[in-house]
Ligand binder design. Structure first.
Ligand code: HEC
Length: 413
């Protein structure tokens, strides 16, 4: 149970084949525009003030600033200049910013994309190669302003305060310690069934924000798994992932006429990944806000985990790269909303492929540069999230690198 992926899909009995064909056209389109051209960056001197600062503001500073999760601040030229070689290395290898999906294979439009465009990537590399010059400081963009106030960010769009707030227990995190995965559980307090329209998670205090790397909330509840679904659909349910929080991602508003079902007596089971910051945080805590639909929506959103391995357990021989594969046949027409590979230290890559009932197959997503300390959820933009018919086989393939070339491998033997 190590290699698997999490995927949201909205199930409905009423998807028409016509919509399925339209989705296929949309899916194929992004694959036609493969490599972009970043060569224009070599023509002029690339400087921090003129070119690079704006990219860092947009793609790095949510994390690389005081009171956030990254180890160093990258706000000003003075802070950045000495890191130029290591920045180049991380950017060139597509490790930073943390966005590890292959830019040329499968779906490319995401709602939470924090990757660099090829042009931005080439600009940063060219700048580092040219000695990381500052350039004319008067041309630098105004510093970005950050709003760290404790507000619910979805409140404005949702037109009011949340209907329900659930908080985790507090954890006393030592200044220096190994990473912790804290798993408390909190009752939701619901006394009747509710359909969820939007969810947001946040660290509860500014101090918590500096140590909460990411946080998952699972919804644990008793049900037969069929509420709101067509009669012939039977999907295995365990505790299902309700929402997750990571820096730069506040929450999610479900698509129109779509929602998650919460039942009376349900619990939130947290999984909070903590990374010590050098300062003790005695009350590390996260909290979750929920907005409800007034009426039950037409479609139900389900988040499932699919094993990327066969019925036998994962077998990774010493010194080798192992490939494993799992399959799942969708019991109803569905829209695939996201792809979130999950592996541990030897994880190298994972792909998600669809084999349609007519025999056609296509790679939907391919995370070829997996980094085990970044469990990223790649959420498809609604215009490209594929609609797939009943009977589509989802094939997930995982690659584990157990050779000594894998820098994260504690023991290739
Ligand atoms: C989502 C948060 C996030 C974003 C966005 C992000 N980083 Fe990072 N960065 C981190 C964290 C956390 C670490 C330390 C853990 C790790 O290396 O994975 C890190 C590590 C690094 C390191 C290695 C530092 C060292 O001492 O070895 C470099 C260089 C870096 N980031 C550069 C960048 C650049 C450049 C960008 C933007 C183009 C960026 N990062 C965007 C969170 C982020």
């Amino acid at each position: 149970m190590i290699a698997r992926t999490r995927m949201d899909y909205a199930v409905s009995g009423e998807l028409f084949i016509r919509r399925f064909l339209l989705a296929l056209i949309v899916l194929i389109f992004p694959m036609l525009s493969l490599a972009q051209d970043g060569s224009n960056t070599a023509q002029h001197e690339v400087t921090w003030s003129g070119d690079v600062a704006a990219i860092f503001q947009e793609k790095c500073q949510d994390c690389h600033r005081p009171n956030s999760i990254a180890p160093m601040s990258l706000l000003t030229y003075d802070e950045v200049k000495n890191f130029a070689p290591v920045i180049k290395y991380r950017v060139e290898n597509r490790v930073m910013p943390p966005w590890h999906v292959n830019p040329n294979v499968g779906i490319q439009n995401f709602t939470n994309d924090r990757g660099l465009t090829e042009e931005e990537r080439q600009t940063i590399i060219a700048w580092a190669d040219q000695g990381a010059p500052e350039g004319d400081a008067s041309r630098a963009p105004a510093p970005r302003e950050f709003n760290d106030a404790l507000i619910w960010r979805l409140e404005e769009q949702m037109g009011g305060t949340p209907d329900l707030v659930v908080e985790s227990e507090a954890y006393d995190l030592a200044p220096v310690t190994q990473d912790k995965w804290f798993r408390p559980s909190s009752p939701t307090g619901l006394t009747e069934a509710k359909w969820v329209k939007a969810i947001e998670i946040r660290p509860k205090t500014p101090e918590s924000r500096t140590v909460v790397h990411h946080s998952l909330a699972f919804l644990v509840q008793q049900e037969d798994g069929t509420a709101g679904l067509p009669d012939d659909v039977d999907i295995p349910f365990g505790p299902s992932l309700f929402m997750e929080w990571a820096v730069g991602k506040a929450g999610q508003i479900f698509r129109p006429d779509t929602g998650k079902l919460m039942l009376p007596g349900s619990q939130i089971q947290w999984e909070i990944h903590l990374h010590a910051s050098g300062t003790r945080v005695p009350e590390t805590q996260v909290e979750l806000a929920v907005w409800f639909h007034d009426e039950p929506p037409e479609h139900r959103t389900i988040l499932s985990m699919f094993d990327a391995q066969g019925p036998n357990s994962l077998d990774i021989p010493p010194g080798e790269i192992a490939v494993t594969q799992g399959t799942f046949v969708l019991p109803a027409p569905a829209r695939l909303e996201n792809f979130q590979p999950h592996m541990h230290m030897r994880g190298k890559a994972m792909s998600m492929e669809a084999i349609y009932p007519n025999g056609n197959r296509e790679v939907l997503s391919f995370v070829d540069n997996f980094q085990w300390n970044w469990q990223i959820n790649y959420v498809f933009d609604e215009n490209v999230a594929p609609l797939v018919p009943k009977g589509t086989m989802i094939v997930t393939t995982a690659w584990h690198d157990n050779t000594e070339d894998n820098p994260y491998n504690p023991d290739p033997n």
